[in-house]
Design a protein around this ligand. Structure first.
Ligand SMILES: C[S@@+](CC[C@H](N)C(=O)[O-])C[C@H]1O[C@@H](n2cnc3c(N)ncnc32)[C@H](O)[C@@H]1O
Length: 345
């Protein structure tokens, strides 16, 4: 079990969370020493790797911190104004694990749920690429939406060197220097006329509980991710978006095209959770919609997902666009795992 915590610690180190890299390493040591961490995790020794047990544990603890129910441990969490220091945090965390063990064990049952606002950089950049061909009003459809926050992506501001390139200048969500590579072609009058999401387990980002869920799985020392998320909550409060509690296959079955609009089906970092059969079913529906598309009712499939360019190549977070009529598959960019920056090709 400690191996998985050490692997997660390495991942956090490489993805810019020195705090979790240290914390998860310390938790791994405590598991090896059969300390209180091992007690809290008892029974989870054989959980499958993808269940992300380590992130479930630190996410549950983070939630207690955010709810101000973790005592002085909060003083070590930058997400609530504290300063990370392992030597101070560790005895406080050990005490929390002892005192609130049962509650923390219950939290382990929930899968980590994130909604990464940075990925709007990849999704909106893809929309602008569509706008180079068709400048019709856009109908957005999303699978694996989580809280549906990125369905408001056109309401975020995209900046280059402090200058707003796309989106409303007054938006609280500000994605700074989010685009590199091939220059984007702005679409100032981009009009999203419909937006609809779906998820197996949607999070209602207009409730305190939903906001806490999404915030607790963001790594507490990643200030920019937290700021973006909180800003996107403010946009969602003003512009709530419907996220239907249905699986991806059922949802795409109901997607239709409409004359005079471009229908865009997009998704980010959710494909890996679909079974092979479900991936095939979604792909088949995409092909059917593509075949029905016309110049007056175009259809786009825009994916920002970990994938390989060619069999055997390394995984990258590729931004892939298929646009019908035509439907040629094009890798249009590569995003960082959390979206910013996205480099266009
Ligand atoms: C890693 S999150 C990504 C959320 C969001 N797209 C983003 O980029 O921030 C993956 C999401 O896919 C959802 N999901 C997993 N399997 C699904 C399925 N079969 N149908 C629809 N959504 C699914 C999960 O509930 C989760 O919200």
């Amino acid at each position: 079990m400690s191996r998985r915590f050490r692997d997660q610690a390495e991942a956090c180190a490489s993805l810019g969370s020195p705090m979790y890299a240290e914390l998860l390493g310390r938790l791994a040591d405590d598991i090896d020493a059969r300390g209180v961490t091992a007690e809290v995790l008892a029974g989870h020794e054989d959980d499958p790797g993808p269940s992300a047990l380590a992130l479930r544990l630190v996410g549950t603890v983070h939630r207690l911190v955010l709810e101000r129910r973790a005592g002085d441990l909060a003083t070590c969490y930058p997400s609530v104004g504290g300063t990370w220091d392992l030597a101070t945090a560790w005895p406080l965390l050990q005490r929390l694990l002892r005192e609130r063990g049962a509650e923390i064990r219950a939290g382990l049952e929930s899968a980590p749920q994130t909604n990464e606002i940075g990925r709007a950089a990849a999704l909106t950049g893809g929309l602008l690429r569509i706008g180079e061909v068709h400048r019709l009003p856009v109908r957005l459809r999303e699978i694996g939406s989580s809280g549906g926050l990125n369905l408001n992506a056109d309401r975020f501001a995209y900046l280059d060197d402090g200058r707003v390139v796309q989106g409303p200048g007054h938006s609280p969500v500000r994605l700074e220097d989010c685009w590199r590579g091939r220059p984007v072609v702005p679409w100032p009058d981009l009009a999203v006329v419909e937006r609809l999401g779906s998820d197996l387990a949607p999070v209602d980002a207009t409730t305190t509980d939903g906001r806490l869920t999404l915030t607790s799985y963001v790594w507490p020392d990643q200030r920019e991710r937290l700021e973006r998320l909180r800003a996107a909550f403010a946009v969602a409060a003003e512009h709530p978006v419907e996220v239907r509690p249905v699986d991806a296959v059922s949802f795409v079955r109901d997607v239709e095209l409409r004359e005079g609009t471009t229908t865009v089906l997009w998704h980010s970092v959710m494909w890996q959770y679909l079974t092979k059969e479900d991936q095939a079913a979604v792909t088949a529906r995409v092909e059917t919609l593509g075949a029905a598309a016309t110049e007056r009712s175009p259809f786009a499939h825009l994916a920002a997902e970990p994938a390989r360019r060619t069999p055997g190549a390394a995984h990258e977070f590729l931004v892939v666009l298929r646009l019908w009529p035509g439907g040629e598959r094009r890798v249009i960019g590569v995003m960082a795992p959390h979206g910013v920056p996205t480099t266009w090709e």
